[in-house]
Design a protein around this ligand. Structure first.
Ligand code: ADP
Ligand code: GLC
Length: 490
């Protein structure tokens, strides 16, 4: 099937979070099961820089009259001999800005984000209508609010010369909705009837998220538990009613691990590789990291690692609240993250107070992220909510047992070291049920208790490292969803 993936980021070209990892891995996984996949991205500087040569496909006009050029390049990808074809929207006035793709230097969203991302959805819909005479998708798969208008534009002008094209919309995070004031609606080129409750209107605003949820033929989100959670008022961000109404076309498809990128047996970013049968390189990774970060080089100190955006979602106040107890038990913490200034400051202060036990790196560093999972004994993911979460899966794969709050994709991937799970051989980490420091503390306590029983620790770690984590089953689930979406439009 010809599938167009529409996304704002894609690893390795541009990444601010897990969306990029998924957008980077899914095309190759779909190609591996025989699908003809292309990708559409906004022409941010990092995208053009990473792609190298691109050629012009055609030019087109935005609904508000601005002209843009559609270019195509190829990205080296595992299992796709000539590389993954990547369409890029060349519109420098909208996209040629340094830094973060969504925010300016003051961390404020750009004033024209409605246009910057409407153009992404618009170009996707134009491709569905045959904008590229040489390749027309049968299904458009739009990711997150940035691409949310694609299904709306497709629903507004479904007519093409060929068969109608199906649309699939994936929610990676319902918390980021792409809301804009009503007065921007007029310039978007959508029929007035779409700006209503049964449409993309959300409390008087234009919601790109709701556009995707309302107009797509099929909806998915990134774990089965999150698919249920977003249908409740507690986690529905006001969209739970719509999600319940569309529950029949909503599925949770769990993210997976790109094994070409995240594999301790082949990872070139590590000082030593290792795997579940020969884990001997892991202590060497730990010692090297402790040394590099200025931590006490102590093989017996359980090393807790955390790689995260520093945002409310990620539950970092629990880590701050539980840190004294963690250190008192002889643990170490190594954190890599960036985000909200108050969290950056709070963690920096903790590192300054205990430099040989707490290391805090503020910034974005792909290499250090790999080294942290390899060095760590425990990966902390205490998120308040978590649609899927990838770092707990990287922790599992690298033998750094995840310690997580039982929500979303964390609940679907981590099994607590309770005695019955130990007996069944399913335990692979530590899970707490209530989002509060005492519950987090108890899970940390459990991690220390297991660490003191090396045979049990190694067994649990091996269970985690052996967890099947590849993309194939999820790619097959997406393919079934695409087939359903096409049938919906037939
Ligand atoms: P989210 O998408 O909500 O941020 P995920 O767990 O799905 O959470 O994905 C986060 C991705 O971003 C992972 O690949 C993680 O390793 C990476 N990451 C997060 N913060 C950093 C950072 N400061 N440096 C390097 N990688 C990071
Ligand atoms: C979002 C979610 C995260 C998920 C990622 C990729 O950023 O916060 O839980 O893993 O998207 O789907």
């Amino acid at each position: 099937m010809r599938v167009l993936q529409v996304s704002a980021e894609l690893f390795p070209l541009l990444k601010t979070g897990g969306l990029a990892d998924v957008a980077g891995a899914l095309p190759a996984a779909l190609a591996a099961i025989g699908q003809d996949v292309r990708v559409l991205l906004p022409g941010f500087p990092a995208i053009f820089a990473g792609l190298g040569d691109t050629t012009e496909v055609t030019s087109f006009e935005a609904p508000w009259g601005e002209r843009a050029v559609l270019r195509i390049g190829r990205l080296a990808a595992d299992g796709i001999p000539d590389g993954l074809p990547v369409y890029v929207i060349d519109a420098p006035a909208l996209y040629d800005r340094p830094g973060n793709p969504y925010e300016n230097r003051q961390r404020q969203p750009y004033d024209d984000n409605h246009r910057r991302f409407a153009l992404l959805g618009w170009a996707a819909a134009r491709l569905a209508q045959g904008l590229d005479p040489l390749w027309q998708p049968e299904v458009v798969h739009a990711h997150d609010w940035h691409a949310g208008l694609a299904p709306a534009y497709m629903a507004a002008a479904p007519h093409t010369d060929g068969p109608r094209v199906g649309s699939v919309y994936t929610v990676h995070n319902l918390a980021y909705q792409g809301l804009f004031p009503e007065w921007h609606f007029g310039g978007l080129g959508l029929p007035a009837r779409m700006f209503q409750l049964d449409g993309l209107e959300y409390h008087g605003q234009v919601s790109f998220m709701k556009a995707g949820l309302f107009f797509a033929d099929r909806i998915t989100t990134v774990s089965p538990t999150y698919a249920r959670e977003i249908q409740t008022p507690e986690q529905g961000w006001g969209l739970d009613g719509l999600l319940r109404a569309r529950g029949g076309v909503l599925d949770g498809i769990l993210n997976a691990v790109d094994e070409a990128v995240w594999n301790p047996a082949t990872d070139e970013l590590l000082p030593q590789t290792y795997d579940v049968r020969k884990p001997g390189g892991k202590p060497a990774c730990k010692a090297a990291l402790q040394q590099a970060l200025g931590l006490a080089v102590n093989p017996d100190a359980p090393l807790f690692v955390l790689v995260s955006r520093l945002a409310e979602q990620k539950g970092l106040p629990l880590v701050l609240g539980g840190l004294d107890a963690l250190l008192a038990q002889g643990g170490q913490l190594a954190l890599l993250g960036s985000g909200e200034a108050w969290l950056e400051d709070a963690f920096r202060q903790r590192a300054a107070a205990s430099p040989d036990a707490v290391s805090v790196t503020i910034g974005y560093d792909e290499t250090l992220a790999h080294r942290l999972f390899a060095a760590g004994d425990i990966t902390l993911v205490p998120s308040l909510f978590e649609p899927c979460g990838l770092t707990q899966m990287y922790g599992l794969r690298y033998g750094s047992l995840p310690l997580v709050h039982r929500v979303g994709g964390l609940a679907d991937t981590v099994v607590d070291c309770a005695l019955e799970n130990m007996a069944d051989g399913t335990a692979n980490g530590f899970v707490f049920d209530t989002f509060d420091v005492p519950f987090f503390d108890r899970a940390v306590r459990r991690a220390f208790a297991l660490y003191q029983r090396p045979t049990d620790w190694r067994r649990v770690r091996a269970t985690g490292m052996r967890r099947p984590a590849g993309w194939q089953p999820s790619a097959e689930a997406y393919l079934r969803t695409y087939q359903d979406a096409r049938r919906a439009r037939a």
